[in-house]
Design a protein around this ligand. Sequence first.
Ligand SMILES: [Zn+2]
Length: 122
Amino acid sequence: MNIFKGQNLLEFTGRFKTDLDCKEYLSELKDISDYKCTKCSHTAYQRKADFSRQCNICNHRESATAGTLFHKVKFGLRKAFLICFEMSTTTKSLSASYMGVRLGITEKSARYFMHKVREAMQ
Ligand SMILES: [Zn+2]
């Protein structure tokens, strides 16, 4: 996940002020590849206010996080983004307990998500 590389913390926090900002970013990333409805394979959609994509034929709605490692993250996208940011910009290894304390989430949640990020980075 090198999308966060090369940004400084102030730029990062300035860009992602809300979870909706994070969804917008994810939807931009998704637009790089072609859309195909997972239900009916149609290739045209409408974007909704929450940056989900709705198929023009069957109305199937796909959230901005669907198909990404941010899907169903319980502690919110901003915290998840920040974990990715820290993991891709810091040179020392980060511990889950440290990230948990820094972000006000449980160590277990931090560890689980960081594991997913590491898998995605490989
Ligand atoms: Zn469809």
